[in-house]
Design a binder for this molecule. Structure first.
Ligand code: GDP
Length: 296
C-alpha cells in the first residue's frame, strides 16, 4: 500500500530538491503533478484540491522560495500537510466512561467488522487488562453470531450466550445487563451488516444506539474499496454519529485513497487499521509515520 503514490511523490519532490532556486512556476508545475499522483491513488478530489492549494500557498511565500534550500522546504510543507490531512495525532479507542463501557461496531457486511471486533477485544483484554464482553446483534445470520462466539474464545474473552428469537435491541440490553452483573469493563456490540447502506440497517443500529448510549461508535471500512469506503463512512456518520474509523485490509494492495481521504472528508479519526486476517493483525494509525512512509 502507498508504494505507487510514494514512488510518484518521491520522484516529483526530488526533482524540486535537486534544483537550486525555485520559481513560483516550478512549484505550480510540481503541484500539478502531485495532484495527478494523488488522484491516481484514489484520493477524493476535494481533498486533493485543498491539499495542493495549501502547499502551493505556503511554498510560494517569499521565505520559502528565497531560502537556500527551497526544494527541501517544499518537501517539509508537503509532509506537514500530509500529516494534517491524516489527522495529526494517533488516536485510540476511548474507554473513559463508567463501566461497562458500550462500544458499537458498525459497517457493511464483509468489511471485516466481526474480525475487527475480536481484534479490538483481544487488544483491550491483553494490553489494557479490561474484562470484555462481546455480543453479536446479527439476528438474521446465525452463522455470524457463531463466528463471533468462536472468535471470542480464540482471543480469550467472553461472549453473550446466544438466545434465538430476540431482536437486536433486546440482545443489546441483555448484553448491558450481563456486563453490569458480571463486572465487565467493556461491552462490544457487533451490529448486523448489509452489502449496501440501507435504511433498515441504519434504523436498527440507531435503535440499538438509543438503547445503549455507546461511548464509541466505530465504523469498520474496507480500505480496498477506496472512495466507496469514504462514502460509506459519511453515510454512517450522518445517521449514527461515528466516533472513529477502523480501516481494514491495509495489508492489501489498496492505492491508499481511503486512508488518505477518510479524515479530511468525514472529520473522523482513523483509530486503528487491520493488517491481516489473524486476530493480532491490528495496528494503531500514526499520521506522522504514514506520511513518512509515503514520502520515503
Ligand atoms: P464482516 O462481515 O464485516 O463481519 O466481515 P468478517 O469479519 O467476517 O471478515 C470478512 C473477511 O475479511 C474474513 O475472511 C476476514 O478474515 C477478512 N479480514 C478482516 N479484516 C482483515 C484485514 O485487515 N486484512 C485482511 N487481509 N483480511 C481481513
Amino acid at each position: 500500500m502507498f508504494e505507487g503514490l510514494s514512488d510518484r511523490l518521491s520522484g516529483i519532490l526530488s526533482g524540486l530538491t535537486r534544483r537550486g532556486a525555485l520559481t513560483e512556476a516550478d512549484v505550480t508545475a510540481a503541484m500539478r503533478e502531485v495532484r495527478r499522483a494523488l488522484l491516481e491513488a484514489d484520493v477524493a478530489l476535494e481533498v486533493v484540491r485543498g491539499f495542493t492549494d495549501r502547499v502551493k500557498e505556503k511554498a510560494v511565500g517569499a521565505v520559502v522560495l528565497k531560502s537556500v534550500t527551497p526544494g527541501q522546504m517544499v518537501v517539509k510543507i508537503v509532509n506537514d500537510e500530509l500529516v494534517a490531512m491524516l489527522g495529526t495525532d494517533a488516536e485510540t479507542v476511548d474507554l473513559n466512561a463508567p463501566a461497562p463501557v458500550p462500544i458499537l461496531m458498525v459497517g457493511l457486511q464483509g468489511s471485516g467488522k466481526t474480525t475487527t471486533t475480536a481484534k479490538i477485544a483481544r487488544r483491550l483484554s491483553d494490553r489494557e487488562k479490561r474484562k470484555v464482553l462481546l455480543a453479536s446483534l446479527d439476528t438474521r445470520r446465525p452463522a455470524a453470531m457463531e463466528q463471533l462466539a468462536v472468535l471470542a474464545k480464540q482471543v480469550g474473552v467472553e461472549s453473550l450466550p446466544i438466545i434465538a428469537g430476540q431482536s437486536a435491541v433486546q440482545i443489546a440490553k441483555r448484553a448491558m445487563d450481563a456486563a453490569r452483573l458480571g463486572g465487565f469493563d467493556v461491552v462490544m456490540l457487533d451490529t448486523a451488516g448489509r452489502t449496501t447502506v440501507d435504511e433498515a440497517l441504519m434504523a436498527e443500529a440507531a435503535e440499538v444506539k438509543a438503547a445503549t448510549r455507546p461511548h464509541e461508535v466505530l465504523l469498520v471500512a474496507d480500505a480496498l474499496t477506496g472512495q466507496d469506503a469514504v462514502n460509506t463512512a459519511r453515510a454512517f456518520d450522518e445517521r449514527l454519529g461515528v466516533t472513529g474509523i477502523v480501516l481494514t485490509r491495509m495489508d492489501g494492495d489498496s492505492r491508499g485513497g481511503a486512508a488518505l481521504s477518510m479524515r479530511a472528508v468525514t472529520g473522523k479519526p482513523i483509530k486503528l487499521v487491520g493488517v491481516g486476517e489473524k486476530v493480532d493483525a491490528l495496528e494503531e494509525f500514526h499520521p506522522a509515520r504514514v506520511a513518512n512512509r509515503i514520502l520515503g
